[in-house]
Design a protein around this ligand. Sequence first.
Ligand SMILES: Cc1cc2nc3c(=O)[nH]c(=O)nc-3n(C[C@H](O)[C@H](O)[C@H](O)COP(=O)(O)O)c2cc1C
Length: 170
Amino acid sequence: MSVAVVVGNPKPGSRTLASAIHVARELAGEPDLVVDLADLGAALLDWSNPQVTALVEQVGAADLVVVASPTYKAAYTGLLKLFLDRFAGGTGLSGIAVPLMLGGSPAHSLAPELTLRPVLTEIGGTVVGRGLYVLDSQHDDPAAHDAWLAATRPFVTTLLSHTSAKGSAA
Ligand SMILES: Cc1cc2nc3c(=O)[nH]c(=O)nc-3n(C[C@H](O)[C@H](O)[C@H](O)COP(=O)(O)O)c2cc1C
């Protein structure tokens, strides 16, 4: 089973990254791949860049990917969109996708559902339950994630156990 985290924050090593890694660990264990898109810089604008192409393939093959962004102007960032645009429609993601957004205000708590979720399902991800919104001031507070984790983990675990069973039968 492979677990990935993608963070679309122009600032590297962000609170959004910390929250995304926490969610991945709680759902499926230590991530095998963490893509902090700020590190890729201008390479994201070059569709022939082999490093970005390889990351798209690895993230696409993950059994679970947490896709995280800070909320900018009520939506996910343009940086994240640059990366997600590289995935094929319908088949780009092959596993479970978790939409996660951090924001400064509760006013945009539906942003993961309204903005990020449709993109993840468009590129083939299976989104289980609701997207998660965390206030930036609570990014390191497990309590801010716990209710969502409790509601979502049983479904994710069930789906991942089918994935593992398929893998070991092959
Ligand atoms: C350009 C910009 C736009 C922002 N727009 C919003 C917004 O519309 N709604 C909101 O709740 N927070 C907004 N914020 C606050 C960020 O979402 C928040 O500080 C961020 O999620 C913190 O995560 P980070 O520490 O990982 O960057 C904005 C911040 C910036 C820099």
